[in-house]
Design a protein around this ligand. Structure first.
Ligand code: HEC
Length: 419
C-alpha cells in the first residue's frame, strides 16, 4: 500500500503541474537491486586514480601548505581557477567552517573537491556512470600511498530530495550569521541555472561583476541581510575578499562568479542524468517498461536545453582564468563552435545545450530511455517538435546545436546524420 502510494505520488504531481514540473525528486531505492549503490564497486575517476596510486604509477605529492590538495587537483584535472568559497556550516566538517575560514570547493567536469584550511580531511566526490555521485574523503596526513575512503555517511545530505532523490551534488543559498550558522530557514533554496541571481549565493563568497544583477553573496550576519534588503547592491560586485578573512590561506583566488554559475548548472545536470538512469533501471526491473517516467524526459530536456534558465540582462565578469581553463576542453566543430563556449551576456552558454551531453554518464543512460531522449532532442532541434515548453529555444540556436552535435558527438544514432 505504502509502496503504491509512493509510486503514484510523482505521477499525480506530474499531471497536475505539467507546465512547471521540474522532474520528480522523491528518493529512489538506489541501494536495492538492480542498482545496489553501496555494494557496487564504482568505476569513477577516483577509483582510477586510486589504482594508479596503489600500483605506484602515480605518486601524490605532499605540499607543506596545502597537503594533498594541489596534487589531487592535478590528478583530477580540476583547476585552481574553479575555486568557490562557502562560509555556511552546512556541510560535513562544519566545525572547521566559518566566514573567517570558509570551505573552498574546486571542480572539474566529473570531480568535486572540498578543502578547508586546517581540517583533517579533504572531501572528494565524483560521478559514476551507473551509480550517480560517489563520495570519499582522504586524510591530510603524509603517507606513502594515500587512500580514498568511500563514505556512505555523505548520503544523509547528498542522497535525498535535494539531489533529485539519487546520490548527487547541490548548491544552496543560506545567509549565515558571523559564525557561519544559517540565520533563517526561509532563506534556504536549492540553486540551479533557473534561480534568479537575487536569490543566489547566500552563504557563499562571490567575486566578480554582475552589474545591477545583485545577489546575496558575501553577506555575513543579520545586519548585512537587513542592509541588503534595503540596498540590494550591498556587497555585490566585489573583487577582493581580503577585508573578510586571510585570503593567503587559500590555494585559489576569490570565489569566482562564473565558476559558481557553471557549478550550479553542472551539479543539477549530473543529478538529472543519474536520476533518469537509475529510475529507468528500477522501472524496467519492476514493470518491464519505462512509460511511467516520460514526464521526467521532458523535464530533463528542458534542463539540458536551458529553456527555463534565468536570463542575464548585463554582462557577468569573473576571473578570465576560469573562462580560459573551462573552454580549454572545448570540442569544436568545423566552424569552431563548441557547447563549452560561455556567453555571460544574456545567458550562461553561447549554445544552450549542456556540455555534459558528452559525458560518460550521459552515454551510460539506460538505452531505452536514452533512445527516447535522443529522438525527442532530434525532433526539437530539427523543429519537428514545436511543443510550447521548448519555445524559448530559438530556431537559430536549434540549428547551431544540431550542427555542432552531428559533427562532434560520436555516439548518436544514424538518423541524426541522414539528410
Ligand atoms: C550535513 C550535510 C552534509 C554531509 C553529511 C556531507 N555534505 Fe557535502 N555538501 C553539503 C552541502 C550543504 C553542500 C553545498 C555547499 C555547502 O553549503 O557547503 C555540500 C557540498 C559538497 C561538495 C561540493 C560539490 C557540491 O555538491 O556542491 C563536495 C565535494 C562534498 N560536499 C563532499 C562531501 C563528502 C565527500 C561527504 C562525506 C564524506 C559530504 N560531502 C558530506 C552537505 C553535506
Amino acid at each position: 500500500m505504502k509502496r503504491t502510494f509512493a509510486l503514484l505520488l510523482p505521477l499525480l504531481f506530474a499531471a497536475a503541474h505539467a507546465e512547471d514540473f521540474q522532474g520528480a525528486d522523491h528518493p529512489l531505492e538506489y541501494d536495492h537491486e538492480p542498482i545496489s549503490y553501496s555494494a557496487s564497486q564504482p568505476h569513477d575517476p577516483i577509483s582510477v586514480v586510486q589504482q594508479k596510486i596503489m600500483s605506484g604509477e602515480l605518486k601524490l605529492k605532499w605540499d607543506e601548505k596545502f597537503g594533498y590538495l594541489p596534487a589531487l587537483l592535478d590528478a583530477f584535472g580540476a583547476k585552481k581557477s574553479s575555486q568557490v568559497l562557502v562560509m555556511s556550516k552546512t556541510s560535513l566538517q562544519r566545525r572547521n567552517i566559518s566566514p573567517d575560514n570558509p570551505r573552498s570547493v574546486f571542480f572539474s567536469d566529473e570531480v568535486y573537491l572540498g578543502y578547508i584550511p586546517g581540517a583533517p580531511v579533504i572531501e572528494i566526490s565524483s560521478v559514476d556512470p551507473q551509480l550517480g555521485g560517489t563520495f570519499y574523503f582522504i586524510e591530510q596526513e603524509q603517507v606513502r600511498k594515500p587512500k580514498f575512503t568511500r563514505s556512505n555517511d555523505c548520503l544523509s545530505c547528498h542522497g535525498g530530495q535535494r539531489t533529485l532523490g539519487v546520490p548527487g551534488h547541490f548548491v544552496r543559498s543560506v545567509v549565515t550569521d558571523a559564525s557561519g550558522e544559517m540565520i533563517s530557514l526561509e532563506e534556504v533554496r536549492d540553486i540551479t541555472q533557473c534561480t534568479p541571481l537575487k536569490d543566489r549565493w547566500g552563504g557563499y563568497y562571490v567575486t566578480g561583476k554582475s552589474g545591477s544583477q545583485f545577489h546575496r553573496g558575501n553577506l555575513i550576519g543579520e545586519k548585512d541581510l537587513m542592509q541588503f534588503k534595503r540596498e540590494p547592491a550591498f556587497k555585490s560586485n566585489l573583487t577582493d575578499l581580503s577585508p573578510f578573512f586571510d585570503t593567503s590561506k587559500y590555494h585559489g583566488t576569490g570565489s569566482d562568479i562564473t565558476a559558481l554559475m557553471v557549478l550550479e548548472h553542472q551539479a543539477h545536470m549530473h543529478n538529472y542524468i543519474a536520476r533518469l538512469n537509475i529510475e529507468a533501471k528500477l522501472m524496467l526491473a519492476a514493470y518491464g517498461h519505462v512509460r511511467y517516467i516520460r514526464a521526467q524526459v521532458d523535464a530533463f530536456l528542458r534542463y539540458l536545453l536551458f529553456t527555463e534558465e534565468f536570463p542575464l540582462t548585463q554582462k557577468i565578469e569573473g576571473n578570465p582564468d576560469y573562462v580560459r581553463d573551462f573552454e580549454a576542453h572545448a570540442i569544436r566543430d568545423s566552424k569552431g563552435r563548441s557547447l563549452r563556449e560561455l556567453d555571460l551576456k544574456t545567458r550562461l552558454f553561447k549554445y544552450p545545450c549542456s556540455f555534459l551531453i558528452y559525458s560518460p554518464s550521459f552515454d551510460a543512460i539506460e538505452p531505452q530511455i536514452k533512445a527516447i531522449i535522443l529522438q525527442k532532442l532530434h525532433d526539437i532541434l530539427t523543429g519537428k517538435n514545436d511543443d510550447a515548453q521548448f519555445a524559448r529555444l530559438k530556431p537559430e540556436d536549434r540549428k547551431a546545436i544540431l550542427e555542432i552535435l552531428i559533427e562532434t558527438k560520436k555516439t548518436l544514432p544514424d538518423y541524426w546524420r541522414r539528410p
